[in-house]
Structures are given as structure tokens and as C-alpha cells.
Design a protein around this ligand. Structure first.
Ligand SMILES: *Cc1c(COP(=O)(O)O)cnc(C)c1O
Length: 321
């Protein structure tokens, strides 16, 4: 396998811990967690790994300004703003929505980290991103475009190497379960699992996409990422395990299952999940465990992808006590 240029600002390897007090209330499974919420950069998360590769590419191309887009409470945007600050880039974020009266959580951090923010409607998001890029190029600001979620082959490659890191940790895991959305994390994991001979299963809990949409996206990205790493491997949608039964009220809507999962992890293990991604994925994992989806005695590793800063968003205030 070829490697790709990479910077080193994440705290790696992230630890793997067991969760005995949650395991004790689950029917005969052993639950573990891999702490990618602790990747170290401005409160961490899975995007930090992707940004090590994306910023190396940006540097190699002589860029000075990083431009990306996301939701108002995007973890990806917050980590991009932090990585830009750390590596000396300017940063422009295209966020979906209207500027709130008071910035909270990730948005507050975007501002603190010095990012310039452009607001756009959902329909105008991609056009606004392209316009910001074109305008920056026009004024010779040397922009580098990072796609939504950092999910191109460069970003997804980070999770190939994350799987290599995981395999070297020798944790017993029959299943890896995590929150999947723009698909870069899952594409990298699926490819890494194949390249490094992981014997278990990699299951993405969809945060917001229908099953077939996410399977197709991840399979395509995994195939393209393999090519970018000099490997000739093909992934079909059927090779990608996605469960889309837990998308609930839609992106960012914290319902009963998410609330209960966040409270369980906090109160049994002192572990903070988030309302958008990991709370939803953990709710799915818990439901599957209670339904007997995992075979008795299985080791299930919850790959924590971060996001806890969103706990402090205005939107969720007063809902978690
Ligand atoms: C972005 C994100 C995800 C999803 O990762 P993708 O690579 O976009 O599928 C999961 N959890 C958190 C906390 C995230 O910020």
C-alpha cells in the first residue's frame, strides 16, 4: 500500500477502554470504546484524523486558505478551523442557517478559532461554497476546498490508517459500531478492515441517510480511496453494513432514544456522547444489543467519533438533566 502525505497534530493512538458498567446492563455482550473523541485538537473528533491528510495536501498545493461547509453546529467545521489555526492557514466556513443572536458550542468555537463565516440556506450551500472558493481564487488568496465532512479519498484514507492503528492495539472486537453520515469514516474503515484482515464486522449506524444511499456512497468512496492508495479493490454497496433504522426525527433532532443513550453513557461510565451523531449511534447499538442482534458473548467496540461540544448548543439546553 502506498502512503499519502500527512501532518501530525492528532493525539494518536487513541485509547481503547472497556465499559464494564454499561456491559453489565446489556444482555451478554462486552462493550468497548475507542476514543476518537480524544484526538486532541480543539476538543477532538474523527475529522482531526482526516484533516492530517487534507492539510498535508493543502500545504503541498501551496494553499493559504481552507474553505469548507457544514451545519450550524458542524464538528467538521470546528475542527477545520482549529487545524487551520494550528497550521497557519486562514479559514472560511460556509454554515447552513441564519446567524443566531448568541453563538454557542461549535459556532462559538469557530469564531474563537478565527474562522470567517458565510451563512447560506441548505439549497444554496454548495453554490455558496463554490462562490467563496472562486472569489478567493480571484483575489489570489490560494484557497483549498475541503468537501462536506472531509469525505473525499484524501480524508477517507485517514480511517484506513486508523484501522491499522486499531489492529495494532489487539483489542478483541467482533463488531465495530459507529455513527456514519458523509461516509468518509466508514469508507476508510471498510477498506482498512479488508487491507489489514480485520475478522469482525464494521457496522455504520446512519445518522441521516437512507440505507442504500449511504451504502452506495461508502462503497464508491472506499473503491476510490483504494485506488488513491495504489490498491485495486472494489467495494459493492452490499459489502457495506449500514443500519438506517435509527435516523429518528432527522439530522440534529435529539429524541428519546438519543437522550437515553447520552444519559446512560454519562451516568454509568462518565463518558460524554453528543446529541447529533454518537448519541444516535449508541442508541442504535443499545437497541440492537437488547434485540439480540449480537451473538452471545460478542465483543462490541463503539468507535466514538466525538461531537460532545454540541452538548452545549443552545438547541439542547435544558433537555439532558
Ligand atoms: C462527522 C461526524 C461523524 C460522521 O463521520 P462521516 O465520516 O461524515 O461519516 C460521526 N460523528 C461525529 C461526531 C462527527 O462529527
Amino acid at each position: 500500500m502506498q502512503t499519502l502525505p500527512r501532518l501530525n497534530f492528532a493525539h494518536l493512538p487513541t485509547p481503547i477502554e472497556s465499559l464494564p458498567r454499561i456491559s453489565a446492563v446489556l444482555p451478554n455482550i462486552k462493550l468497548l470504546v475507542k476514543r476518537d473523541d480524544q484526538t486532541g485538537l480543539a476538543l477532538g473528533g474523527n475529522k482531526t484524523r482526516k484533516l492530517e491528510f487534507l492539510l498535508a495536501d493543502a500545504q503541498a498545493k501551496g494553499a493559504r486558505l481552507l474553505i469548507t461547509a457544514g451545519a450550524l453546529q458542524s464538528n467538521h467545521c470546528r475542527q477545520t478551523a482549529a487545524a487551520a489555526a494550528r497550521m497557519g492557514f486562514d479559514c472560511t466556513l460556509v454554515l447552513v442557517g441564519e446567524p443566531p443572536a448568541a453563538a454557542s458550542a461549535n459556532l462559538l468555537l469557530d469564531q474563537l478559532l478565527g474562522a470567517k463565516i458565510i451563512w447560506a440556506s441548505q439549497e444554496r450551500r454548495d453554490a455558496a461554497l463554490q462562490e467563496a472558493f472562486d472569489a478567493a481564487r480571484e483575489r489570489d488568496a490560494r484557497p483549498y476546498l475541503i468537501p462536506y465532512g472531509g469525505s473525499n479519498t484524501t480524508g477517507a484514507a485517514a480511517y484506513v490508517f486508523a484501522m491499522q492503528e486499531f489492529m495494532a492495539q489487539n483489542a478483541p472486537a467482533d463488531w465495530i459500531v459507529f455513527a456514519s453520515s458523509s461516509g468518509g469514516t466508514q469508507a476508510g474503515m471498510a477498506l482498512g478492515a479488508r487491507l489489514f484482515g480485520f475478522k469482525g464486522q464494521v457496522l455504520g449506524i446512519s445518522v441521516d441517510e437512507p440505507q442504500t444511499v449511504l451504502q452506495e456512497r461508502v462503497a464508491g468512496l472506499a473503491t476510490a480511496t483504494a485506488a488513491a492508495l495504489g490498491e485495486n479493490m472494489t467495494f459493492k454497496p452490499g459489502d457495506i453494513l449500514v443500519n438506517a433504522a435509527y435516523t429518528g426525527g432527522g439530522y440534529g433532532v435529539m429524541g428519546q432514544p438519543e437522550t437515553e443513550a447520552i444519559q446512560l453513557f454519562a451516568r454509568k461510565e462518565g463518558l460524554l456522547l453528543d446529541p447529533v451523531y454518537t448519541g444516535r449511534a449508541a442508541a442504535g447499538l443499545l437497541d440492537l444489543a437488547h434485540k439480540g442482534f449480537f451473538k452471545p458473548g460478542a465483543s462490541v467496540l463503539f468507535w466514538h467519533t466525538g461531537g460532545a461540544p454540541a452538548l452545549f448548543a443552545e438547541r439542547y439546553q435544558g433537555k439532558l438533566g
